[in-house]
Design a protein. Structure first.
Length: 382
């Protein structure tokens, strides 16, 4: 029986509960949260011996084989290093850390200790992303030359500008925090990492909206489509010093050029990728299918005028399980690694995760320092 724990048991920590499957030899036995009273039901669900604590160190003292770390980004490095030092296999939510040096310390520690480090880059398992990767590898658009990603985020006012995300000291910036997923996907689709990055961005909306007093408690985060437009709601963070609109240009090591653009006050929420090759292009409408709509990937590979649908359309099925059906797949990958199996072919490596942080980090440095380009430093521990 594999015993697992979770640090940050609420919100994203719910992914660890999906791993609990005693019939398949996996049991969740410990969880840490700053609000144990909210999760008292876990002792009833997982048995009276389930350890529920507000001290993550107690989870690491429990007889667990692996631990899910799902705490806020600025705690990832501390919690990952502690878990690695305790000899536990680690599932670490993205981004790996909020600095490049932090990523390198985590990678070095895991390598020295000989434990598995599995990163929560679940977007690699979205059917839409896998289909685009498949079309590229089949040569349907020739050799990839350019990748553009537009990221529309309607829920910035629901979450990112009401809690810790709004402050640089806790996440460096949303280009790193939110963009880490897409930067990793760009690297994965292109087959190379960013070598040089330059950025541009600004804080244009949320700094002008009503803030709550520092003495007021943070409101609960709720994703509500009735919260529109941003100026119609209040209780924004007392401190807001991260950009709500940003973009980066990336020169990848293999010659591919890429762009990532992010806005936190759009009316819709989706990602739109365009991949241009020497013999065609592909583009997605919707980043994963849901019960409400079907996401599609479109292929253009013949000369034409405007043609919205392209020459071929690939509908992607709806898969249950959270985040386009990707969550169960990353859970399976982590449990398999605890069992000694190899990392899934599509799973992000620690170096993949580090390089997505690096592009987001230095892209943010660029947009805050006159848009000057930054070269990405190599990782010296892999």
């Amino acid at each position: 029986m594999i015993h697992i724990g979770v640090i940050g048991a609420d919100r994203r920590g719910a992914i660890a509960r999906r791993a609990h499957n005693p019939e398949n030899g996996v049991r969740l036995i410990a969880g840490a949260t700053l609000y144990p009273e909210r999760l008292a039901w876990m002792k009833e669900t997982y048995g009276p011996d389930f350890l529920l604590t507000d001290d993550y160190r107690e989870v690491l003292k429990a007889p667990i084989d692996g631990v899910f770390i799902c705490t806020p980004d600025y705690l990832h490095e501390e919690h990952a290093l502690a878990a690695i030092e305790a000899g536990k296999h680690v599932y670490l939510e993205k981004p790996m850390a909020i600095t490049v040096e932090g990523c390198d310390r985590i990678i070095a520690a895991a390598k020295a200790k000989g434990v598995s480090l599995y990163l929560g880059h679940n977007m690699r398992f979205f059917p839409v992303m896998k289909k685009m990767k498949e079309l590229i590898e089949e040569g349907r658009i020739g050799q990839v030359q350019s990748i553009w990603c537009r990221h529309f985020i309607s829920y910035g006012g629901d979450a990112y500008f009401k809690d810790w995300h709004s402050e640089q000291r806790y996440g460096h910036g949303l280009l790193l925090q939110k963009g880490a997923h897409d930067i990793d996907i760009i690297h994965w689709l292109a087959g190379a990492y960013t070598a040089r990055v330059t950025g541009m961005g600004k804080l244009s909306v949320y700094d002008k909206l009503p803030r709550r007093d520092p003495s007021e408690p943070q409101p609960s985060v709720e994703f509500n489509r009735d919260n529109w437009p941003p100026k119609a709601t209040g209780q924004y963070s007392p401190i807001i010093d991260v950009e709500d609109s940003s973009m980066i240009l990336m020169q990848l090591a293999n010659g591919v050029q890429a762009a990532y653009l992010q806005s936190h006050y759009t009316p819709d929420d989706t990602r739109n990728y365009t991949i241009i090759g020497t013999e065609g292009r592909i583009e997605n409408y919707g980043d994963h299918s849901s019960q409400e709509y079907t996401a599609t990937v479109h292929l253009w590979n013949r000369r034409t005028g405007y043609q919205r649908e392209g020459h071929e359309v690939f509908p992607l099925e709806y898969i249950e399980g959270g985040h386009g059906g990707s969550d169960p797949q990353v859970i399976t990958g982590f449990i398999d690694m605890i069992r000694g199996k190899t990392r899934p072919a599509d799973g992000a490596t620690p170096l993949d995760a580090r390089m997505s942080v690096a592009a987001g980090y230095y892209g943010t440095e660029s947009l805050r320092n006159g848009n000057c380009p930054y070269d990405i430093p190599p990782c010296g521990v892999v």
